[in-house]
Design a protein around this ligand. Sequence first.
Ligand SMILES: [Zn+2]
Length: 458
Amino acid sequence: MEHVKIYQGNQIGGCVTVISSMINGEIHRIMVDYGSSLPGSDNEKDFDYPWDDEPVDAVFFTHYHGDHAGRIMEIPSSVPLYMGPVARQAMINIQEALGNNTHMPKEEAELHLKEALVLKDDRRVRTFEWKNKRYRPIEIPGFRIEPYSVDHSAYDAYMFLVEADDPERTSGKYITVHTGDFRAHGRRGHRMLDVIDFYIHKRGKRKVDALVIEGTMMSRPDEKVLSEPQMQMEAYKYLSEHKYAFLVCSSTNVDSLASFYRAAQTAAIPYSRYMFVYNEYFMKQLELYTKTAGRFSDVYRFFRIARLGSEKLLHHKKWDKPKSQREFMEDYGFLAVIKPENYHEHFIDEFMEAYKEKRIDQKPVIIYSMWEGYLQPKNSRGEDNKAFNKKWYEFFKRQEAKGVEVKHLHTSGHATTEMLAKVIDKIDPQDKIYPMHTEKADEFIKLEIKEELKKRIR
Ligand SMILES: [Zn+2]
């Protein structure tokens, strides 16, 4: 039997995998991810999974990005949802923030609050449990699923090894590895190949039949990839020279936020430099990462954080009078996370004004740390870039026209093509390779992998 079926695999985002097993002549299925196509993809409307005709017994989420977990509310309420514990809380924070956003149309806001309730439901949502130095495998009839932590631009992301029952095979099992989104150039990613040796292959005692692997970077081969520590070093150099720095970075990209936060701290020694963030929701995410990821490593502890735009006066025993937040920022410098939207532009303008009035001696700058593609009207082949964000593009052009420098400093959440090849070779799937999350599935054949593996690419 064919155990793996992929939907919308030929685009970046919104890819859905269904894995089947056979018990007593009956097919059972589990799903990995159910998310939405990213804005700008060819798909006008996402496919609808046939829940009634091909029911699934559970949905497993690799991570919390919307293109992987964005369609939770469309999943029948009888289907249990499996995810990482921190991912779950991060998703609750996101849905509650959207639901309480007063600018959101009421019906839409209510839907987000409903989703938060679904995520909080312990009967429906089951989280992966860390025990004896590994995640406890999940047994459901016909399947045994082993979650493994991977490095990605979302924290608490996973790849899965799925053993599916198949009485037609001598082993009685069909083993699939689903990588989810991953990379090797983050702080933890270099361990992935060892994880494959020790846990996936059990040091040569277990073989894998099928590999489902992401291929985002296949269409971005020229993208220069810094490691996360290299980016932190670049940020440190830049922040040492620029005391008044705004930052555009995703609220859930904890590794990059940690890089910038650390860089800002070291750049400001012996003083401390605060990281200001634009709303309560953002504060909540940083607090969540400090409490969870921060337990494993100092890198993820965010202490000097504050809400940008707070009107509370600040006190210190060494000051003769309290300072407003703006005075504090002018005196000590800052790293402040904003969105490239009109309603945050006044923050930049205030510091440009302070510079003109000679209250501060440097102009403010902006670090853009998101995918470059959002700001490029054309792609590398000169075609219209579907993911281009005109509003953002104009925002940055406008700032540059005012004399505000925009520094581009970002590292991808996805594996380089070299890493994809290494993972394929290392997993060494005996039966099939399914590229997904890629616009260039046909180019997997050009990767530097063993010849026999090339024949297994679907
Ligand atoms: Zn992702």
